[in-house]
Every structure is written in C-alpha cells, then in structure tokens.
Design a protein around this ligand. Structure first.
Ligand code: SAH
Length: 397
C-alpha cells in the first residue's frame, strides 16, 4: 500500500468532528502532515495519539485541508471505491424519485453522498460533472469511467467552471470528459419539456434543485396573474401556465435565458400571448412596476446566491429584504409570494426573519402556508448540515 506513509495527524481533541462524520478537516485542526502527499492524494488521518481514523483527500492550498473519504482505515480508496460510492448514490435516487417524475436529476450531491467535491447531474442521455476539490480532481478519470459504466450513458461533460476551485488551487475547466459534444438536450420534468444547454447554460444547465418546488408552486397558480422574477429559462413560468395561470410575466437579466424561455412555450404548446418576457435587473424592474401601479396574484422570487458564505450574509440580507418588500407590494389581496434563497450563508431561520421584516415594512398581513427545500436528489447528510442550502417559503397575503 503505497499511501500508508502519507499521514495527516490531528491536534489533540480535533478528532471530534471527524468521529461525528463531518467530512471537513480545517487547517487549524492539523498538527502535521507526513510523507509529502500531492494535491488531492489520499492521506491516512490519525488522531493525536496516532490512532487511524480513516482516509481523506489532501488539499494543500485550501483552508479545508482535507476531506474524509471514509471512516475505515482498512478500506482502500481506489477506482473501485468510487464506483461503489457512485453506485450507492444512484440507487438512493431510484428509491426516492419515481421514473415518471423526470429524466433530469442530480445523481451525486458531493459531501451529502460521501463524495466531497463531486457533483453529477443527469440530463436524459448526457451526464454533467462538476469537480470542485483537489481530491475529486485527483480521481477525475476513474470517476468518469465509473459513471459511464454504471449509467450506460456515453457522453460526459465537465462544467468545473466555478469559483470555489480557486480555493483549491485549481483552474476552471469545461469540456468533454467522454463521448461526443452534445447539442441542446431535451428533458422532461413532470410531463413538461425543457431544452438544456449543458455546455453554456448556467450551473450544469438547469436548476434541478427546484423541480418539486416548480410543481408545488404552480399547483397554486391556476387562474392567477403571475410575476416570475429571476426566471432563467422560464421553469416556473412554463409550469404556472401549464397549471392554468392566466398570464405570466417573467424577468431575467440574461437575454439568452429569456429566448429559451420563449421557446419553451412553443415546445409545451402554450399560447405565446399568455407570456411577457422582460430583460432587466429585477431590483429595477420591480421598482418600475410599483411606480406604474402594476399588480399580480402571485409573485415568484428565485434569485441567485447573494451570500455564498456567512461573511456576506449582511449585505445579502439587504438584497433579499429589498426584493421581498417590493414583491409583496405588487401583490393583490389574497396573493401568493413564493420566495427562495439558495445562499449557504443565510439560514432558514434568518431567511424567514428577512421575509417577515419585508412584510412588516410593506404593511401586509401575511402567513407562511408552506416551507420548501431542495429536492430529494439533493439530499442533506445529517452529519453535514452545510448541504442544506435552498430554502423557500410560500406566503399568503
Ligand atoms: N427559477 C429559475 C432559476 C433561477 S437562477 C428556474 O427555476 O430555472 C437565477 C437567475 O437570476 C439566473 O437566470 C440569472 O440570469 C438571473 N439574475 C441574476 N441576477 C439578476 C438580476 N439582478 N436581475 C435579473 N435577473 C438576474
């Protein structure tokens, strides 16, 4: 075993979080590293007394100095190990998502599936992989082979164009990992059709984490005039119209996303005159609408991450408050606000407080009728609460 000499020894008492199954080892917990492991290589993690705890991936540059692969010193971390972990992750999805619900879903959700730094989304017959950490980068080829073997899918695209790679000392990377370059891919979600551009779209191409929330929110949209803010390619808009919304106005800053949204109307046989597409900054568009005296029966707010970490929480909180205040003001009596935050730095509790503050300032009496979260293909390991990032509230005015 060539790895056994590469060792990370923890400071006294710092084995506690490892034993609690939390995968991250911060640099401050490390007493010393022996054997000169390279970036991403496996190291044996030992407590201060020398007791072996399990294997981790070494990240020399990151303040998260290592991420645990397992809590089993006798289990070798090799290609078979990744195949086994990915197989388990796929089987877990089969148990919680009925085949008719979607042909696009997250197969691997990083830490929450015991695979720190690895995200895999399936879009019909194409897989999209994000490799976020030095450890996942080290095993990149083995992971690609395992994915093809386990799913039978021939095309694997990499979308590792994310800022967090910098923290690991890794360059952004996009392109083809296996197979031939795909064009636009058609997916089918809850009976609705969407086109996904996995090479150029946002994230891995589509916001899969909102699938069940698109379904739930649109169930309340029948007969309503809807305003969908931060609409991307029109996910919530298409769902709302398919569920009988009277009209939907959709706002996004991306012209390409709006163009795809319009195309999704045709693809789903929905009347083009029931939809209005507005290119612009939501913060400004909402103010203009308020000044023009426009009103709606349902407002959806699904902004991008304003606060990736807790450090940016305060500024982000102001942004959330602003759009929620404006959104609530545009609602007619009896209206519904569906509001989301995907910021890891904003807790569910804080988000609810922000929305409550917005309602108070808007002078509306409102109640939460349902709290929402990410779909079951984006699970949250109980030992890794950081995995819970998406929170939503359905608020009735
Ligand atoms: N609800 C969408 C996903 C929204 S993602 C779905 O279900 O598919 C967030 C979107 O906000 C992106 O499409 C991005 O282009 C857009 N965006 C980011 N900042 C914006 C701003 N200030 N004004 C308008 N759109 C913005």
């Amino acid at each position: 075993m060539k790895n056994t000499k590469k060792t990370l020894i923890l400071k006294p008492g710092r084995d506690r979080s490892v034993l609690a199954r939390h995968p991250w080892i911060f640099s401050g917990a490390v007493d010393r590293v022996e054997g000169h492991p390279e970036s991403g290589e496996s190291v044996m993690v030992r407590d201060a007394s020398g007791l072996a705890l399990g294997w981790a991936a070494f990240s020399p540059v990151s303040s998260i100095r290592a991420r645990m692969w397992n809590l089993n010193p006798d289990e070798t971390v090799d290609r078979d190990y990744f195949e086994g972990r990915i197989r388990l992750a796929i089987e877990r999805r089969q148990a919680v998502i009925a085949p008719g619900e979607t042909d696009a879903l997250r197969l691997v959700h990083a830490e929450s599936d015991g695979l720190p730094g690895l995200v895999v989304d399936r879009y019909a017959e194409v897989l999209v992989v994000q490799i976020l950490t030095a450890g996942a980068e080290f095993w990149r080829e083995g992971i690609a082979d395992a994915l093809v073997k386990l799913t039978g899918v021939q095309t694997v695209v990499e979308r590792s164009d994310v800022d967090v790679r910098q923290l690991e000392g890794l360059e952004p990377r996009t392109g083809l990992l296996r197979g031939q370059a795909p064009g636009s891919i058609e997916i089918r979600e809850n009976g609705l059709r969407f086109m996904v551009d996995v090479l150029n779209g946002q994230k891995t191409g589509f916001y899969l984490d909102q699938r069940r929330n698109r379904q739930r929110v649109s169930e309340l949209a029948a007969g309503r005039e809807v305003l969908n803010c931060f609409c991307y390619t029109g996910g919530f808009s298409i769902y709302a119209l398919a569920h009988g919304a009277k009209r939907v106005a959709s706002v996004d800053s991306s012209a390409e996303a709006l163009e795809m949204g319009q195309m999704h109307l045709t693809l789903n046989n929905l009347p083009a005159d029931s939809a209005e597409w507005i290119e612009g900054d939501v913060f400004k568009v909402l103010r203009t609408m308020r000044d023009e005296g426009r009103s709606f029966d349902m407002v959806i707010l699904d902004p991008p991450k304003f606060a990736p970490t807790a450090a940016q929480a305060e500024r982000a909180a102001r942004g959330y408050k602003d759009i929620n205040l404006l959104g609530l003001k545009l609602l007619r009596p009896g209206g519904i606000l569906a509001t989301f935050s995907c910021s890891g730095g904003i807790s569910a509790e804080l988000f609810q407080k922000i929305v409550a503050g917005a309602a108070l300032d808007a002078g509306v009496d409102a109640r939460i009728v349902q709290a929402l979260t990410q779909g079951p293909d984006h699970p949250v390991a109980l030992a890794f609460p950081e995995g819970a990032y998406l929170k939503g509230l359905i608020v009735q005015v």
